[in-house]
Design a protein around this ligand. Structure first.
Ligand SMILES: NC(=O)c1ccc[n+]([C@@H]2O[C@H](COP(=O)([O-])OP(=O)(O)OC[C@H]3O[C@@H](n4cnc5c(N)ncnc54)[C@H](OP(=O)(O)O)[C@@H]3O)[C@@H](O)[C@H]2O)c1
Length: 236
């Protein structure tokens, strides 16, 4: 039975990935920072789970190493193994460098980069013990196409692309496949609720990214698409 952790699955892309994994019959552990947020997502996602044993949730801040280690241990305790880690949790703060506070900088780097390191380090031995699996990191095209007022975010995602590729080379011979998915604009609450659904209609949807992840997981064991760039087909 395929088992997965999806970090940051209370809404947006992580929520859609959790839904897609549940629909394919996987057992899924979802996380977010608050218990209320996780409970709400559990209630929404329950309908897609095969039965009550397929879905669980924990309040885990990926910046907190100890909580991340509990997340991995709890997943194994509940589901018996861990095959796939989806590092999706992320935040963005967009401001000029001279106006970026220490708190903003650390929030972005600690979540988007250090959090992925904590989760991956905790998961690798457990995925290896399960006979192999996947780690899929949700980065961004901002990790390649840099822009003004995006210093912390672009740096976190460029760092994540580099981290992911290095980790991929390290563990590929242990049957652990590591991929980075780099989406362009996705219509989520990431930049705050736009309130203009029509204005967002050109953007990717969370389900588009979930489909990308689901497709990766279907690749034959010979094949490792290690970097996927996905962007809206049109710009407006
Ligand atoms: N939307 C885009 O245009 C876009 C484009 C490219 C890449 N991405 C990337 O895609 C990922 C998901 O973004 P999204 O658009 O779905 O954003 P979102 O709607 O704001 O969702 C972010 C998720 O991350 C969780 N989260 C944030 N900080 C966390 C932390 N410290 N520990 C655990 N969970 C945390 C949030 O849960 P709680 O608030 O409940 O903690 C939420 O579930 C991010 O890595 C983002 O950088 C987004």
């Amino acid at each position: 039975m395929h088992t997965a952790i999806v970090t940051g699955a209370t809404r947006g892309i992580g929520h859609a990935i959790a839904k897609a994994l549940l629909e394919s019959g996987s057992r899924v552990m979802i996380t977010g920072r608050s218990q209320d947020g996780v409970n709400e997502a559990l209630a929404q996602l329950g309908a897609f789970a095969k039965d009550g044993t397929h879905l669980a949730g924990l309040a885990v801040d990926v910046r907190d190493r100890a909580s991340v280690e509990v997340m991995v241990a709890e997943t194994v305790a509940r589901f018996g193994s861990l095959n796939t880690l989806i590092n999706n949790a992320g935040v963005g703060v967009f401001s000029e460098v001279e106006k970026t506070t220490d708190e903003d900088w650390h929030s972005v780097i600690d979540t988007n980069l250090t959090g992925v390191f904590y989760c991956s380090r905790a998961a690798i031995p457990v995925i290896r013990a399960a006979g192999g699996g996947w780690i899929i990191n949700i980065a961004s095209l901002a990790g390649r196409n840099y822009f003004a007022n995006g210093g912390a975010y672009c740096a976190s995602k460029a760092g994540l692309v580099a981290f992911t590729e290095s980790m991929m080379l390290e563990v590929r011979n242990d049957d652990i496949r590591v991929s980075v998915v780099m989406p362009g604009s996705v219509a989520t609450e990431f930049m705050g609720p736009s309130g203009h659904q029509a204005a967002d209609s050109w953007k990717l949807t969370s389900d588009d990214i979930a489909q990308t992840v689901a497709d990766l997981l279907k690749h034959s064991s010979r094949s490792l698409p290690s970097k996927v760039e996905i962007r809206p087909a049109k710009t407006r």
